[in-house]
Structure formats: structure tokens, C-alpha cells
Ligand binder design. Structure first.
Ligand SMILES: [Mg+2]
Length: 266
């Protein structure tokens, strides 16, 4: 028996770039649910941002937050697990990130402003989120996004100093995300192992769907990588021969590719 374990990015992949709707992916989502295949959200978003969405979608599977920094597993989801919603971390907690940022700022007078330095109003202003979503984006577990207000040369030195201390910096549009040395791939191996223990008689196939550079580690880690066409039009380089590229954008492409995979494998 085969089972697809689906890992998916949100913005521009499962969610439409403009209106954040997943309605175009609904047929494939329903089919996956019918086949009892888990759909694991794997996003740069925070726990409270993702929790809201997965409740709205009726999703009850584990989810990966903040670019692979941690997995949240619902109570009793895996047979071997007990207790409340479990967090499995793959990098340091945010307090540790804030500490090193404060230290670097004190020592070198770097000019930057992070979400922790901003009120929810300010986060709303710089991100374009509404106030409620900005508050959710401020509740972080493992990463700190910041706006760089200093020179390019000092930015390079800042990043080198963070990397030398075991942290990484991911550029995501306007913001630089400071985090541990983790990627969207780390948590996939861990979850696949948990699923294999849960379903010892199944042949598991991991599917990954993403549209951007920060999805590349995920696309390189899964059995079946799907690069969803994005409105950004950027060339995304994935070192995989068997990469599936959708022609339709976002959730439409998601739906197309997943329906074909379901027909092929289930
Ligand atoms: Mg995306």
C-alpha cells in the first residue's frame, strides 16, 4: 500500500499570491483527505499564523513553522506520543537569537530594526498585514525578521559574524530572517521517520510543493518535488532531474500536480 505524505509551502504555493485563497486546490485537498494522506504545512510563517489557517482549512496534521525551525505535533497524533501539542525544535529558541542580535548591536552599532523592536502597529505598517495578522507575526518561536538600515558592507560583516556563531540569515524580500542553521528539509526527515513507524506496512512517498528559493531545501529532500509556478517569475534552481513544474500558478498548479500524483500513485 502506498501513501503520499505532502509537505507544502503556503504563500504563492497552496495560497494564491493575491487573495491568500486555497479554494483552487480544494479538489486535490479533498482527495488527499479521502485517502487519509497527511498535508503538512511547511512555511516561514509563525505558529499562530499557521494555526489560524489550518483551522480554517480543517487540517489536523502536524505543521512546520518559521522556515523549518520547529514542528508542532497535535496531541496524540502519533501513537508513540503523549501530552499536549508537542514542539520539536531543530534550531535555537528565539530568545537566543534576540540575545545575539542585542550583543552585535551593542558591540558594532549596527542599524537594524527587528519585529521585537516594533509594535504590532509598526509591523503592520512595514509588512502590509492588518493589525491582527501583524500581532500573530510578532509571536515567534525561533526566528527574527529584521529590516536592515545600515550599509551593504556592514550587512556582509553582520551576516558573517552571525554565521561564525552558528546562525544563518535567510533573505526573504525586504526582510532578513535570522535563525539557527536549519532549513525546510530538516524537519521532513524527522517526520517521515515518525510516519514510517506509524504506518509500518505502507510504502511512503514524500511530496514537496513550493515556489521560492527558501523551498529549495525541501524540494531537494522529498521523493517527489513539485515547483509551483510563481507570479514572481524568478528562476528557481533545484538540483533534481525529476522535478515536476506546474504551468498554472499557485493553488491551481498545486491542484493540477496533486491530482495527477494521486491518480498515478493511489
Ligand atoms: Mg512561497
Amino acid at each position: 500500500m502506498k501513501k503520499l505524505i505532502v509537505f507544502t509551502d503556503l504563500d504563492g504555493t497552496l495560497l494564491d499570491h493575491y487573495d491568500y485563497s486555497w479554494q483552487d486546490a480544494k479538489p486535490a485537498l479533498d482527495q488527499l483527505q479521502h485517502h487519509n494522506c497527511p498535508i503538512i504545512i511547511n512555511s516561514s510563517k509563525t505558529r499562530s499564523e499557521i494555526e489560524w489557517l489550518r483551522n480554517a482549512m480543517g487540517n489536523t496534521d502536524p505543521f512546520i513553522v518559521e522556515n523549518g525551525s520547529a514542528v508542532f505535533i497535535p496531541d496524540q497524533y502519533f501513537a508513540a506520543q503523549s501530552g499536549d501539542l508537542t514542539i520539536k525544535r531543530f534550531g535555537p529558541p528565539r530568545e537566543e537569537i534576540l540575545e545575539i542580535l542585542a550583543r552585535l548591536r551593542a558591540e558594532y552599532n549596527y542599524e537594524f530594526i527587528g519585529f521585537n523592536d516594533m509594535s504590532a502597529d509598526q509591523v503592520a505598517e512595514v509588512t502590509g498585514l492588518n493589525l491582527e495578522d501583524a500581532a500573530k507575526a510578532k509571536e515567534r518561536d525561533a526566528t527574527e525578521p529584521l529590516l536592515w538600515n545600515d550599509t551593504e558592507i556592514r550587512l556582509h560583516a553582520f551576516i558573517s559574524r552571525l554565521e561564525a556563531s552558528g546562525y544563518s540569515v535567510v533573505s526573504g524580500g525586504r526582510f532578513y530572517h535570522v535563525m539557527g542553521t536549519v532549513s525546510k528539509a530538516d524537519s521532513i526527515a524527522w517526520l517521515m521517520n515518525a510516519y514510517q513507524n506509524q504506518y509500518p506496512d505502507h510504502e511512503l512517498l514524500s511530496v514537496g510543493l513550493g515556489d521560492s528559493n527558501n523551498d529549495v531545501p525541501m524540494l531537494e529532500a522529498v521523493d517527489i518535488p513539485v515547483l509551483v509556478a510563481g507570479v514572481h517569475g524568478k528562476k528557481i534552481h533545484v538540483k533534481r532531474n525529476e522535478l515536476i513544474r506546474t504551468t498554472a500558478l499557485g493553488p491551481k498548479g498545486w491542484n493540477q500536480a496533486m491530482q495527477e500524483l494521486i491518480a498515478e500513485y493511489l
